[in-house]
Design a protein around this ligand. Structure first.
Ligand SMILES: C[S@@+](CC[C@H](N)C(=O)[O-])C[C@H]1O[C@@H](n2cnc3c(N)ncnc32)[C@H](O)[C@@H]1O
Length: 331
């Protein structure tokens, strides 16, 4: 399939691929026959999970991130997902979920993303195989307005493990830096917050309500034309909390490659399957870019910054250096 480069506005940083790049990017994509002969780390496989999973080793991955098609009409170009009855959607999830869980190590963790309509089907299917420890709610900014319904501005992320007595959770790696609203002082000194040139901030423990993450949009370098791309910041929280450097991470519905890209930026190993060849190409190009740019927008110096922090605004002087590894190091 040809990559069609659209005409973009000047400040639009959405990923583009020139005709001259296509061949070399495609040479780095595997198919299910390659996979059958030789499974190894850091592969992007273009194929259907139903066909590929048998060639992936069992009990291999520390972390699995699942972002399957939700129960909505959605055009993924190669496949068009059609909204179905609740029972049929449960059967669809069951057609691959048990097999995916087999790929998880005995102390592994799995996250699954969904929306209000499909989340209860997901809960039922996950509970048959794993122990659910929490449900994260991501408050998205964007959502289509509806005249006869509430606008959908949230998604769920189920957090489940194989063994509730043995799993990885690095809470200190996912702290949030928020602007201080009530700057209390004790003996004249800030109480649990810090004063900086950019403002007053407090570093807090993360909860299961995430309101600090925007959907990727055209002025962000991570943006692609994928219709349901997840933000790198969101995936970074999952990876940092539930894996360690060198661990192995699997995304069976890779889309534009976000999980693989963030895994690479955070020094983990990745493995991804995606049915659409063009999305695989985008993933490979993003992985190549990650060789020289390890920046994750909204994550800096080991903490996550809240949404719309002034230093992440295009109006801020540091913003335009955002293709360097040293982004914001002078703050
Ligand atoms: C919700 S999107 C994932 C988006 C991804 N998290 C990202 O950040 O770009 C689901 C993806 O699953 C892919 N897909 C659908 N059915 C599939 C199948 N049977 N095997 C592999 N991939 C599939 C779609 O093409 C789509 O890109």
């Amino acid at each position: 399939m040809e990559t069609k480069n659209k005409t973009r506005a000047q400040r639009n940083r959405t990923l583009t691929i020139s005709d001259s790049e296509i061949q070399s990017l495609d040479s780095l994509i595997y198919n299910h026959e390659n996979l059958q002969k030789d499974f190894h780390d850091n592969m992007i496989v273009n194929g259907d999970i139903h066909r590929c999973l048998d060639y992936v080793p069992d009990e291999y991955f520390d972390l699995i991130i699942l972002d399957p098609p939700y129960n909505l009409n959605k055009d993924f170009q190669t496949t068009k997902f059609t909204s179905m009855t609740s029972d049929n959607y449960t059967a669809y999830l069951e057609s691959w979920f048990e097999k995916v869980c087999r790929k998880l190590k005995k102390n592994g963790t799995l996250y699954m993303c969904g929306d209000w309509k499909c989340t209860s089907n997901m809960q039922m299917v996950i509970e048959k195989e794993l122990t659910i420890l929490n449900r994260i709610t991501w408050q998205r900014e964007k959502g289509r307005g509806a005249k006869a319904n509430w606008k959908n501005s949230m998604e769920d992320i189920w957090f489940a493990v194989k063994n509730p007595h043995d799993y990885c959770f690095n809470v200190d790696a996912v702290k949030i830096k928020r602007k201080v609203i009530a700057p209390y002082r004790s003996n004249g000194k800030p109480k649990d917050w810090e004063e900086t040139d950019s403002g007053n901030f407090r570093v807090t423990y993360p909860s299961n309500l995430w309101d600090d993450i925007s959907i990727p949009f055209w002025s962000m370098p991570e943006n692609t034309d994928h219709p349901t791309q997840k933000p790198e910041k969101l995936i970074a929280k999952l990876i940092l909390a539930s894996s360690n450097p060198g661990d192995k991470i699997f995304d069976p519905f890779l889309g534009s490659g976000t999980t693989a890209v963030v895994a690479k930026k955070l020094n983990r190993k990745y493995f991804g399957i995606e049915i659409n060849p063009e999305y695989c190409r985008w993933a490979i190009k993003r992985l190549k870019n990650a060789e020289f740019d390890k920046t994750i927008q909204g994550y800096h110096n080991g903490v996550f910054w809240e949404r719309n922090t002034p230093i992440f605004s295009p109006k801020h002087t540091n913003y335009h250096n955002s293709n360097t590894n040293n982004l914001f190091d002078n703050i």
